[in-house]
Design a protein around this ligand. Sequence first.
Ligand code: HH2
Length: 354
Amino acid sequence: MTSTLAVRPIVELARGATAGEGDGRPLRLAGRSDLTFAAAEIMARDATGSRRRVVATAALKTEPDPRLAVLLAELERPRAAIAGIALDRPRLMGIINVTPDSFADGGRYFDAEAAVAHALKLVAEGADILDIGGESTRPGASPITVEEECRRVLPVIGRLVAETQVPLAIDTRNSEVMLRAADAGVRLINDVSALRHDPESLATVAGTGLPVVLMHALGDPRTMQDAPRYNDVVLDIYDFFAERVATSVAAGIPKSRLILDPGIGFGKTLGHNLELLASLSAFHGLGCALMLGASRKSFIGHLSGGGPSDRLPGSLAAALIGAAQGVALLRVHDVAATRQALAVWLGREARALS
Ligand code: HH2
């Protein structure tokens, strides 16, 4: 059993100017001027089991374990911009699935023309970045060839690079697709296998100089929902991220270019997904920006019934749970609706969020 220590900041949206100054004042989360924490939960695990306790941040600073000072520094440190996007508030990644079989919108944007039109609509709605994917990774999905994946995504990327300034991400597990998409102008790589699926991908991403999303998945899409099990889902995924961050840094991808995503629905039961949503802020202790993809996912259907097209209200709730814990990138199908929800949560006009 690995010994793990994590700190989950209990985050508040601050509208005053009290953050980060003087003893006993709340600390800023990830350099954000609007998100603070005055208390945190220490999450510890060793051979004897897992323990949690809540302490005031002032008390955290005087705890004897030297690892806590390092964690606090990581929690507070401002995050670098990603693909030219400042992470000073939650940003919206619009989903473009150029697939016949994605779980929420399979087949609707399989045609390049339809995909481009949908992407431009999401840009008009205020997307900060677009995620282009050619392979469905829904539970039970079968892999496709790299040639087929390129045939699907590259024409769409080519058109969008010419038609919008909004940066593009490529959602792929394959190094050749990463490389060809980078050559075509994408600014971010999003890998649901956290650079484990393709042995070339660590070196490929390092070579591109692009930032990368490392998403947690237990198993691969074909088998991941077959009775997933964890010892402690939050700390197991925390340990997974710590290993992937160390491996990526060793391969030449600096921490400032890594984004961590717990992978809602990827080898998780309803209980696992809900526990992760409730504890997202703990992952800030790894010192990277966070991403969340909960949009229209089946855990919402498990709580409320209905299919993917009935899951907008639950998707908005999940997006706000992420935003309230300092998630920097929200991967969503419904950009306009999520933007409105964020505007209300932030108390700012939606058009000020463009
Ligand atoms: N979810 C999906 C695909 N890619 N990438 C990240 N980083 N995080 C996620 O949660 C995530 C992801 C699955 O959603 P979708 O693309 O809508 O469906 P499909 O995989 O069926 O194409």
